[in-house]
Design a protein around this ligand. Structure first.
Ligand code: GLN
Ligand code: ZN
Length: 804
């Protein structure tokens, strides 16, 4: 008989119950008991949902983050909290997670743990911190309690923990400032392994003593490129853990093992889980859905020792498409034949990255809904596949027939296949991605057109989204506000924002984005090929959830999406107003993407749609157009060897969207991070006239990159940290810009905030921008002085060399 199991379940709740319970606790509206009761209720409900598979995951439930839970289980708590603990453990937990626990005026605030993306998903975890004083002390209470709770509820429970090497790899080395990055990430962290393993051994012994049959131990770093010391450390670690007598199911996911395959199959564990559903290698041609056993699976089947269990993640655990059950069975049956009882089935990874339940979507497009499966439906698919393998396909005849009908409908739907989109795509030539002239020529044309001062000032797009604005949008959606009244309201917001910007004396203005709820959703809602769920929330971090758009078909743009707002804004001022768009790669990376064609193809379809908008804006006289690529870096594949594949089509997509304009139209792009070290050449290849980036918090760390690479176009390093309510002083801004001017010729520098201002209050934004504009003016007069001293010819020379 084939065994089925689950690797993890979303914890946020069908109606985001956990989010609301957490926020009630943090704001002092409810006590811990209430929060814990909600959490226990959700766990119980989620175990019931998992009853259709043989083993349910336990310990995957988290009040904030599973990596932070692991840090607490291992007793790895940052000194700032460990040394001044509050009496209540939960409060200490939230202090590491978010800097504070209950109440806004909590004087026990500490610096929150750093947050970063969990592999290539859009989930963010709290980064474990290590330093030379790091010690580990087992605290198994949370895990043992949840295990006992599950057993009491009659659940066949499989505890889930993060493996020691993935845990170490995900952490950062703090302090010890003299060490190089390489040392920090390899040598020092591995030095902690013996101490860490001692605690893992104790933990596994506790779980065995509590009656755990199997323990799932997650080591997703096995799908990434590992240094040799790390590969070796795997052997050492798992030989030590073997002595505990725990039956370990080593789980890998999000990619293939490749060069780590031999090492992995040889580890002394009782079972191995592989992700065999996802084939996304960043390739420009392949659809991302697996349609047969991969070469890798064949190699594993060849090499797996005869006593080991092999768990196959045959159902894609991070995308929302229904499995092709017949196709899966076609290749799975021979594998099952070979493995017999040693075959287990599961979703490819934890279902954390999916919405909870499709069944509660009342208003989802009726044609498309049957094509989808959320977390709950994914588990039924696993159960069905196992049933077919255990009892023959006939045992699920009706389901197979239904599945075939649904998939045929999807495949042949005229809403999925739009010949006009495919035709447009087939006519793409390299010329689509090329500006008419190189930057040096465009810069001269644009300088004459805009006559901007040195150190021109601008903002990134959005202005504060006040309660009034959100209320108006909501009323418009609910039909409580007529289109006319809504338009009036937004125009009034635009007028106010233009007035403020003129008063501030900014050089390049924005309309303020009051009409946008979200920078991706706003466009998705107006493009063909997208749908939106009502309750399809996915945890991003802590209590924060996102509802990713679903891209189901060929993408097209019928009507202009932003034109009327921008054109209106431009009528109000003599200064240039930027047209404001979201780029194709960001739209792709923040959506659930169709799996029946390569992501690259979908990206290019979006690019062509955005290009239409760009050209319409240009035609109407909008002279500066910004195309945000906030999430471009997020799409980088886990393996560096695949980065070029991805960057090639991602940058090409941006270029298709942006580069159809005349030399005199200025293209801006914006990115929300400053970590450009290994992708700067690709960024430069986007060939935007101006790029604005986040740098103020990292004190212009970005500039390191320009030591080796001279960025050819204009750049606006952020000088105002918009994540903080603090108001930057004029001096601080001048200092940051002077630092930037050491690396980038000042003729090519812009002055702007790190990102959009939509989460801030007007009373912070106005003084901050006032300081920013005066800082720019101060820089200009300083420069004027130097110019007078050097003579203008010298300066021109400098500009010319910089541009050459
Ligand atoms: N134009 C967007 C804004 O200003 C950019 C947001 C982002 O980069 N995340 O809000
Ligand atoms: Zn940003």
């Amino acid at each position: 008989m084939i065994t089925t199991h689950n690797l993890g379940f979303p914890r946020i709740g069908k109606k985001r119950e956990l989010k609301f319970a957490l926020e009630d606790y943090w704001h002092g509206r409810a006590g811990e008991e209430k929060l814990q009761a909600t959490a226990a209720g959700l766990r119980k409900q989620h175990w019931q949902t998992q009853a259709c598979v043989d083993y349910a995951a336990v310990g995957d439930f988290s009040l904030y983050d599973q990596v932070l839970d692991m840090s607490f289980t291992l007793g790895n708590i940052p000194a700032r909290v460990r040394e001044k603990p509050l009496a209540n453990e939960l409060d200490n937990y939230f202090r590491v997670a978010r800097g504070r626990s209950v109440g806004a005026s909590d004087c026990e605030c500490v610096q929150a743990g750093e947050m970063t993306k969990w592999f290539d998903t859009n989930y963010h975890y709290i980064v474990p911190e290590f330093d030379s004083s790091t010690e580990f002390n087992l605290n198994p209470t949370r895990l043992l309690q949840q295990f006992a709770e599950a057993k009491a509820a009659g659940v066949n429970a499989k505890p889930v923990i993060i493996g020691p090497l993935t845990y170490l790899a995900l952490g950062v080395w703090k302090s010890d400032g003299c060490k190089s990055d390489v040392e920090k990430n390899t040598l020092n962290k591995l030095d902690l392994l013996p101490r860490l393993l001692a605690v893992y051994r104790e933990l596994l012994q506790e779980l065995v003593a509590a009656g755990a049959d199997w323990v799932q131990i997650d080591e997703p770093i096995l799908v990434t490129e590992l240094a040799q010391e790390w590969q070796q450390a795997f052997g050492i670690a798992y030989h030590q853990l073997k002595a505990t007598g725990a039956k370990l199911l080593l789980a890998t996911y999000f990619g293939e093992l490749r060069e780590n395959l031999q090492l992995t199959v040889e580890l002394p564990v009782q079972g191995l889980h592989l992700d065999v559903s996802n084939r996304d290698t960043g390739s420009a041609e392949q659809a991302t859905i697996a349609s047969g056993p991969s070469d890798e699976l064949i190699r594993v089947l060849d090499r797996l020792p005869a006593h080991k269990i092999l768990s196959l993640g045959v159902v894609d655990g991070r995308n929302i498409w229904r499995n092709d059950l017949t196709k899966t069975l076609d290749w799975l049956e021979p594998v099952a034949e070979k493995l017999g009882d040693r075959l287990w089935l599961a979703p490819s990874c934890s279902l954390l990255h999916l919405p909870v339940d499709l069944a509660q979507e009342q208003h989802l497009d009726a044609e498309i809904k049957p094509w989808l499966a959320f977390a709950t439906q994914k588990l039924s698919e696993v159960a069905l596949l196992a049933k077919a393998l255990n009892h023959g396909r006939e045992s699920i005849n009706a389901e197979l027939e239904k599945n075939r009908v649904v998939l045929q409908a999807r495949k042949h739907s005229p809403r999925v296949n739009r010949p006009s989109v495919k035709a447009a795509l087939s006519q793409l030539t390299p010329a689509y991605g090329e500006r008419k002239s190189p930057y040096s020529v465009r810069a001269l044309v644009q300088r004459t057109r805009f006559r901007l001062p040195n150190f021109p000032t601008t903002t990134i797009g959005s202005f504060p989204q006040t309660g009034d604005i959100r209320a108006a949008r909501r009323k418009f959606r609910n039909g409580e506000l007529t289109e006319l009244a809504y338009r009036d309201f937004i125009q009034q917001q635009i007028r106010e924002s233009i007035t403020q910007q003129e008063k501030l004396d900014l050089d390049v203005l924005v309309h303020g984005e009051a009409e946008r709820n979200d920078m991706v959703e706003y466009f998705g809602e107006q493009l063909e090929g997208f749908i939106f769920s009502a309750l399809g929330w996915v945890q991003s971090y802590g209590s924060r959830c996102v509802k990713p758009p679903i891209i189901y078909g060929d993408i097209d743009r019928q009507d202009a999406m932003t034109l009327s707002w921008i054109a209106y804004a431009q009528t109000l001022t003599e200064r240039p107003v930027k047209g404001m768009l979201t780029g194709p790669v960001t739209i792709l990376n923040w959506s659930f993407v169709r799996n029946d064609q390569a992501r690259a193809t979908t990206a290019k379809q979006i690019a062509l749609a955005i290009r239409k908008e760009v050209l319409d804006l240009e035609k109407t006289g909008v002279a500066i157009i910004q195309i945000d690529e906030a999430a471009l870096r997020e799409g980088l594949p886990l393996r560096k060897s695949e980065w070029n594949n991805y960057l090639n089509w991602a940058i090409e997509s941006f270029r298709i969207a942006a580069n159809g304009v005349a030399d005199s139209t200025q293209i801006h792009t914006h990115m929300c991070y400053s970590d450009f070290n290994d992708i700067i050449e690709a960024i430069a290849h986007m060939d935007a006239d101006v790029i604005t980036i986040e740098t103020s918090r990292s004190n212009m760390k970005l500039l390191d990159v320009f030591e080796k690479f001279s960025y050819p176009n204009e750049i606006g390093p952020g000088v105002y940290d918009i994540h903080s309510p603090n108001i930057p002083t004029e001096e601080a801004i001048v200092a940051l810009m002077e630092k930037a001017a050491l690396h980038i010729p000042s003729e090519r520098l812009w002055v702007n905030p790190d990102c959009g201002l939509k989460t801030r209050q007007w009373q912070e934004v106005l003084p901050a921008l006032r300081n920013m504009v005066s800082a720019a003016k101060q820089l200009r007069s300083a420069k004027q002085l130097i110019t007078e001293q050097l003579g203008p010819e010298k300066l021109l020379d400098k500009t010319a060399t910089a541009e050459a």
